[in-house]
Design a protein around this ligand. Structure first.
Ligand SMILES: Nc1ncnc2c1ncn2[C@@H]1O[C@H](COP(=O)(O)OP(=O)(O)OP(=O)(O)O)[C@@H](O)[C@H]1O
Ligand SMILES: [Mg+2]
Length: 226
């Protein structure tokens, strides 16, 4: 199954400049895809189109079609619970003073029963190999660990597509290794990961890499990254 498919996607915030022009892309389920491009190239814009967060405000500026799990995203509600997105700053994304509560929060909102919730938390902590963080206060975690908790909260909602927008930018080498391991573990569980990165070194685990330049998205060979 194709997790994300973009068909002739074009976008502009205003009349002055087209940010994305006729972008075509297919991400298969279970793939890890990297997206690179210079600052201001349109990486964050592209992923906000993919995850539906621009649909409401910019519907009229979006040309082309977006498919998630082979379903055409024709209205804002179609994007609900399809994709989880992690941004650069882990501190903006964590609310609770305990990792388990943080993971339970989203499920409580979805009226998941306490038994299912407990099972899901156990399963996801195991999937990401972060069982030891279960009772920690997120404020005391490293940047990389915080990012993993945010990823875990998304996985607890049974969301299978994760977008990471430069989520390694504010973490140290050890944190990057933790996140890289978590990404590989997600792949092993058939999750789909799209990672936007400035730093080419963080893309070694990607199955394929795309570059955005002048509004165009192009697949590039790893050898051409240097
Ligand atoms: N809400 C907005 N309104 C108008 N222009 C915007 C808006 N958000 C972004 N832009 C412009 O769109 C272009 C692409 O921005 P975007 O944030 O997608 O780039 P990026 O590739 O993610 O850059 P970076 O690597 O710095 O995060 C930039 O020129 C930016 O100034
Ligand atoms: Mg960006």
């Amino acid at each position: 199954m194709t997790a994300i498919r973009l068909e002739a996607l074009s976008f502009q915030y205003n009349k002055r400049k087209k940010i994305l022009s006729d972008v075509n892309m297919a991400v298969e389920k279970g793939e890890i895809v990297g997206i690179i491009g210079e600052s201001g190239a349109g990486k964050t814009t592209l992923l906000r189109l993919m995850n539906g967060s621009y649909f409401h405000e910019y519907e009229r500026n979006i040309k082309g079609r977006i498919f998630i799990d082979d379903q055409h995203m024709a209205k804002e509600e179609d994007f609900f619970q399809k994709i989880g997105t992690i941004y650069q700053d882990p501190d903006n994304q964590i609310i609770f003073s305990n990792v388990t509560d943080e993971l339970a929060f989203g499920m409580e909102n979805m009226c998941v029963s306490p038994e299912v919730m407990k099972r899901k938390v156990d399963e996801v902590l195991k999937m990401l190999a972060i069982e030891h963080l279960r009772d920690r206060n997120p404020n005391t975690l490293s940047g990389g660990e915080k990012q993993l908790v945010t990823v875990a909260a998304i996985l607890c909602l049974d969301i299978d597509i994760i977008i990471l927008d430069e989520c390694m930018a504010q973490v140290d080498t050890k944190g990057k290794a933790l996140i890289a391991e978590a990404i590989q573990r997600m792949k092993a569980h058939c999750k789909t990961v799209v990672m936007v990165e400035h730093d080419y070194e963080n893309l070694s685990l990607c199955d394929c890499i795309y570059k955005i330049a002048d509004g165009k998205l192009q697949a590039i060979a790893r050898e051409d990254l240097k």
